[in-house]
Design a protein around this ligand. Structure first.
Ligand code: HEC
Length: 156
């Protein structure tokens, strides 16, 4: 009898932990204050799977989804039409079933804004890569006297 009660309590506690954990997992990241509409839309509808930076969220992988890395230059190389269609109609019709359709929730104008935002994610990465390359170059340069001389000339 007592054991039965304990088991029920344990089950209730386990469900609570599971539900709480799920709620925590699904809580959306918040956009920065004063973010433009495109960014707010992205955080509200996309970040959950694609991650705030577009590289995919670990939460999505937890649910065995493999969202594309939206910062991949191949995504930015896609036409507006392609990006618009995959957002509006989802990926299923073109053999990408993981990507849901947003045509029912978002207006065409909002989808257009998101297409623009997706492009900025890719350029954000190349900007970051350029920056990384630049600081790597700088580190390389400061090692050599010749380049140190050149840096001084540039500075004066
Ligand atoms: C439920 C999770 C989920 C949500 C929410 C989601 N996506 Fe996706 N998305 C995916 C998955 C998974 C794929 C990859 C589909 C495949 O390749 O089968 C994908 C693919 C894409 C692609 C295509 C990339 C390519 O290489 O062709 C774009 C663009 C995209 N998503 C943008 C968005 C945007 C913008 C939003 C918000 C409006 C969004 N996604 C919301 C899961 C999601």
């Amino acid at each position: 009898m007592r054991r039965g009660v304990l088991m029920v309590l344990a089950a209730v506690a386990a469900i609570g932990v599971f539900a709480g954990g799920l709620g925590w997992l699904l809580t959306d990241a918040r956009p920065p204050a004063g973010a433009p509409r495109a960014q707010r839309l992205y955080y509200a509808y996309c970040a959950e799977c694609h991650g705030a930076d577009g590289r995919g969220s670990w939460r999505a992988s937890l649910f065995l989804l493999r969202p594309r890395d939206l910062t991949d230059p191949r995504v930015a190389a896609q036409s507006d039409r392609y990006l618009f269609d995959i957002l509006k109609h989802g990926g299923a019709t073109i053999g990408r079933p993981g990507m849901p359709a947003f045509g029912a929730q978002l207006s065409d104008e909002d989808i257009q804004l998101l297409v623009g935002y997706v492009r900025t994610l890719a350029s954000g990465r190349s900007a970051a890569q350029r920056q990384a390359q630049r600081s790597a170059d700088l580190r390389g340069r400061t090692g050599s006297a010749r380049h140190r001389g050149r840096r001084r000339r540039v500075a004066s």
